[in-house]
Design a protein around this ligand. Structure first.
Ligand code: 6R9
Length: 672
């Protein structure tokens, strides 16, 4: 497959500063290779060493990994450390407090939506709150294996509840607190949860959201559709206690059903601080997390105890080169997999100190991120390209007010990062001194590919994590050697890969294993260059075929965002009589820039220059905003429909702001 433009992507090497490299867990490329080879040649020994760091009530009787990835040979399964008994919560809390003497260390600096709200929580305090919450859940009748749905904003109680579930062997199903009542209902019903944990309300920026009301609507919908499985709703008094000015300023009417609803603070008041962990089998479920539904009905991705523990702890340690004096901040929401793995489980398993941020990047001012970095002297910072592009719009000025010199490593996740955003992140945020770790992964996989920048790297390109064996296939399922582009697949499992789709093994097998028997199929495209670096090119379903040339939307988008007027771009295909498909581009301009005919011509020229004439866009539409999922992913399905003028849009429940779609339809381009 020929990818126009691939040779245009800058593949210069970026070297980390000497002092970072000196102390790094993986100081150079050869150390990476040695560890990587060991992980593939002797997975048993490699993972056993990782497991030895943790507490096992009973040792494993089976091997570190057993699996079948080939549907033609039977059911797909992955098992890690069969026979072992352990507890996730014990390993991330009790072990740190009792065995590692970290009780007085801060686990989280919680920073509220308003800069006036903040607190520090030590490992000892965290353990005590988690135990009390575990006792509350038990008292409400929650038993091992029961599902608990959690619909909470980014407040400490969210972490307490998820770890309390882990402690008693309940399976948490966290639903991002920006989802609608329909989406919440759908997820509660699929998980058949017994308990729902929510809050009265929350400010997101200036906007007050009545979470309890949404929760009630969701439960009502569940009752209409079937008999609801939820028996109790535990409600955190967050807004009423922590809102601007305290209880006197409580602006919410909190609907209340005394049969079902229980206030968190009342239930917690008398709950004992001791709670014996439930010793679980290595393969018992830990949580279900529904993947964003940009393609159809959400899937309940299931992760299990032992494998997820080993893998999140190890990836956290190496990806962010964790050291005990770090202050780490991941800006994701715990409602997404990034938050599960890299705010809760991975950092705690390593005894790290993290920032837990409730707010948004632009409230009460556009320098909020930088202010927080200065305040807590953050050393490792992990965010998404969409946040970087948003903040880039405001230029360098908001950063210049703050001291960002504590930063050592920057991370990015969620989508391919375009070169302009990468450079801004590297040059402006990191002042050219902080390696940028581009981490590619999925709800299903936990971290799999990442750039070992500490071992010198090309930006935007990555190497596989330990235990992960990627390969590239063509449409016929043939493996491609050397320089190649095609489907990114994995030949074997690692401990942290998903185990099934909750209550739907068939969907699990069909989605990830049917297309190419013997491989886990990511759905993403990938290119391997002559030096063996992997470059993620975007979802395979975002691939475009113009006049027989395959190209990725990400590449064209990267070219468009190089223009100084463009803040964000999204590219889809539209059928074309001669070319088969042609490019239809949506561009969001930076503040005060005008969408003119001259600009359109400049953009077309730019893409032609960057990628080649074959990639010249046929259509460029002004998009005041792009349709995004609540986790910030552009919904290209909707953009394709705008481009094609197809008004039957189907399920829009994951769309953050439906008004955007109307505006885009009203401004669509008819003719080139
Ligand atoms: C962690 C997370 C998974 C999809 C994945 C891919 C895209 C994530 C990326 C990236 C390029 C990166 N993706 N990280 N693409 N470079 N660094 O986002 O999980 O919400 O399940 O999304 O996101 O397309 O397949 P999830």
């Amino acid at each position: 497959m020929v990818v126009p433009g691939s040779q245009h992507i800058e593949d210069k090497m970026y070297n980390p500063p000497a002092e970072l490299q000196r102390d790094a867990h993986v100081p150079d490329f050869n150390s990476y290779l040695a560890l990587y080879r060991k992980s593939l040649e002797n997975p048993e020994g490699f993972w056993k060493e990782v497991a030895d760091e943790f507490f096992w009530k009973k040792p494993a009787t089976g091997p570190m990994l057993q699996y079948n990835f080939d549907m033609t040979k039977g059911n797909i399964y992955v098992k890690c450390m069969e026979g072992a008994k352990t507890n996730m919560c014990y390993n991330v809390l009790d072990r740190n407090v009792k065995e590692r003497n970290l009780g007085e260390q801060v686990a989280y600096y919680w920073e509220g939506n308003s800069p006036d709200h903040h607190m520090a929580i030590t490992y000892r305090q965290l353990l005590s709150q988690v135990c009390r919450c575990a006792n509350v859940l038990k008292q409400m009748g929650v038993k091992k294996g029961d599902r608990v749905s959690i619909y909470l904003p980014m407040i400490p109680e969210l972490v307490y509840t998820m770890l309390a579930c882990a402690r008693i062997g309940a399976v948490h199903s966290i639903v991002f607190a920006g989802f609608s009542s329909d989406s919440l209902c759908e997820r509660i019903m699929d998980a058949q949860s017994r308990i729902l944990v929510t809050a009265d309300g929350v400010y997101r920026g200036e906007k007050l959201i009545n979470l309890k009301q949404i929760t009630d609507e969701a439960l009502e919908k569940c009752r209409e559709k079937a008999s609801s499985t939820v028996t109790k709703c535990l409600v955190v008094k967050h807004h009423a206690l922590r809102a601007k000015g305290g209880a006197a300023c409580n602006k919410l009417q909190t609907p209340w059903d005394s049969e079902c609803d229980v206030w968190w603070d009342e239930a917690m008041r008398d709950a004992p601080e001791e709670c014996e962990p439930e010793w679980l089998d290595a393969e018992d479920p830990l949580f279900i997390l529904y993947t964003s539904g940009s393609t159809g009905k959400p899937k309940g991705v299931l992760h299990t105890v032992a494998g997820y523990l080993l893998y999140t702890s190890l990836t956290f340690k190496y990806v962010f080169d964790h050291h005990h004096d770090d202050v780490y901040w991941c800006t994701a929401d715990i409602g997404w997999i990034t938050g599960h793995s890299y705010i809760t489980y991975g950092p705690l398993a390593n005894g790290a100190t993290s920032v837990l941020f409730e707010g948004i990047p632009v409230h009460p001012h556009v320098g909020r991120f930088w202010e927080i970095i200065e305040k807590y002297k953050v050393t490792k910072f992990y965010t998404a390209p969409t946040a970087i592009r948003l903040l880039m719009k405001y230029g360098r000025e908001p950063l210049q007010k703050y001291d960002l010199s504590s930063l050592r490593i920057l991370g990015t996740v969620g989508e391919p990062i375009n070169p302009e955003a990468w450079h801004w992140y590297y040059d402006v945020v990191g002042r050219g001194k902080c390696p940028v770790v581009d981490t590619f992964w999925q709800t299903e996989t936990v971290n799999v590919l990442l750039c070992f920048v500490l071992a010198n790297g090309k930006h935007l390109a990555t190497f596989p994590f330990f235990g992960v064996e990627p390969t590239i296939l063509n449409e016929h399922g043939e493996e491609l050697e050397g320089e190649a582009e095609g489907y990114l697949v994995f030949r074997r499992p690692w401990p942290g890969i998903m185990r099934t789709v909750y209550r739907n093994q068939e969907r699990f097998e069909n989605t990830y294993f049917r297309k190419f028997p013997g491989f886990y199929v990511t759905g993403d495209g990938c290119r391997r260059d002559k030096d063996g670096y992997y470059w993620i090119t975007g979802r395979i379903d975002d691939m475009l075929n113009v006049s027989g040339h395959l190209m990725s939307t990400a590449e064209v988008e990267a070219a468009l965002t190089e223009h100084s007027a463009v803040a964000e771009a999204a590219v889809v295909s539209r059928p074309h009589k001669v070319k088969g498909e042609c490019l239809y581009c949506f561009v969001t301009l930076k503040d005060h820039r005008e969408f003119t005919h001259t600009l359109v011509e400049e953009l077309k020229r730019l893409v032609r220059e960057k990628i080649g004439p074959i990639a010249t866009p046929d259509f460029i539409q002004n998009a005041p905003a792009l349709p995004k999922t609540r986790s910030g992913k552009i919904m290209r399905r909707i953009l394709r429909q705008v481009a094609r003028n197809e008004k039957d849009l189907g399920d829009l429940s994951t769309l953050a702001d439906p008004k955007v779609v109307e505006i885009l339809f009203s401004q669509r381009c008819e003719a080139a």
